[in-house]
Design a protein around this ligand. Sequence first.
Ligand code: SAH
Length: 558
Amino acid sequence: MTALNDQVPVAIVVLGAGAIDTARRIQARYPGSLVHGLESRVPADVAFTELGPHLRELYAHNTPIIALCAAGIVIRCLASALADKSFEAPVLAVAEDGSAVVPLLGGLGGVNVMAREIAAALDVAPAITTSGELRFGTCLLNPPAGYVLADIELGKRFVSDLLAGATTRVEGHAPWLNAADLPRAKDASLAIRITPHTSEVPGELMIHPRCVVVCVTALSSVDSILERVSQTWREHRLSPMSLAAVLAPLSMIASAPLADVAQALDVPLRFGTLPAGFETLESHDDGIVIALAPQPVDPTTLGQARGTLTVIGLGPGSADLMVPAARRALTQADDVLGYETYVRMAGPFAPHQVLHCTDNREEMQRARHAFELASTGHNVVVVSSGDPGVFAMAAAVLEALDEGRDNALWNAVQLQVVPGVSAALATAARAGAPLGHDFCMLSLSDNLKPWVVIETRLRHAAQADLVMAFYNPVSRARPWQLDRALDIVREHRSGGTLIVLGRNIGRPGETLTTTTLDKLHSSQVDMRTMVIVGSSTTRSFPRSNGDGDWVYTPRWYE
Ligand code: SAH
């Protein structure tokens, strides 16, 4: 049993290299979790510069936190951010060497469950301090996945009554309570009742199994479906909390109103047919069936989800130049496709995530494969470096979809493109602001376009005095193209025109060179280089730290 919503990645926070082994052991226990490292001390999946603000931000976003440092440090950092709310994500302190696991906050968010999980992974005993849990061996207020506690305030009172000596009955099927050490008595006035139905009997702790499925087979309006559902709740005295999922036939997979219905009901939307074993509670002419299972229903076992395909850009290389939406898509991915170098760069991955690494030239095949995977309900991510729309996978994915326009399954996939920091922008930022005025981006690769087109564009761009960013300037298969391109530029620009060369920007071994058009030689450039050719107004001046020049193109024009 795990108390965590799979959508929220756990943050494992480390302050030094001494904690990294323990952090990685914990990470293996939580797929999708990320190790956050103090930038000045330890490289990790996510870098941060100051512990206090970083912990407070994670806490504010309800991210479960496992901090590998003294409990006191975590308490001091979070004290000012503590909110009075009935739900907060788990916060734990773990000793660097893995010898102690201390749950601190998030009792109702399952912190003790996590403490037990982490302690089991580290082979130590967790420091559980919650009296109800110690006494009864379970947290009554935090039932396992598939069950929901109806009223937390009532629950707290119930537990204090038990701690004060009251006894209870258990009514209904609660397998996890069998192992608990509850003060049971057959004639007790208090009762723990496990049922999808509501009850107004005082002194009853209601726990609802999520065992109701709303099946929609024909689409009326969102409002009429919601009205039909709440009518069923009323007539059958069902708790809305017992709803497990909305289920619809595969033919309705792209329906936006259905997505609105599921969102309004706050449950997963699945597509397929209802498995055997359900009792039909209501069947309406307007295509709505309400079905009840004898046990909680795991929504992932009902048909399939609507698949997603997210095309992301990783930025130039370093994790801090990747946009958070891209990181989120990677965390939620079932499958990741891309050129091997980029897929490796996008890691680390959890064991359940499937990587599909292909050669750089197989873009169309990769795009089609991505749609095939996504149309079976997977969350698929296609990675590019930089921005996915700049000489990269987004256009290939759209081309595949355009070709497959008759493919209903492909069209049902929820497609999204997440932008990234393109190499030209990353290089420009390192140099200063060479793209501060009008500029263009050109790929010098003639793999997919005739060389004459490139020459024509270069000539026009050079004549128009645009700053130019050259992508794919050379490769082993294209040795002469850059020299030819520079010859064309030299016909229109003076020898003193500023040139910025960014090599492996944001990656290990990054270099930045500023030179001029007359001094530039193609041997200084390789396929990992971004070449920015200045305009007639691009200028430079020495940096005050003596570390080369700042280069910029003024916003105005003479
Ligand atoms: N989609 C990518 C570009 C892919 S084309 C983007 O938006 O950045 C590949 C070319 O981009 C390389 O030949 C090189 O010219 C440039 N490039 C990509 N990453 C780079 C980096 N980290 N540093 C310098 N140039 C890079």
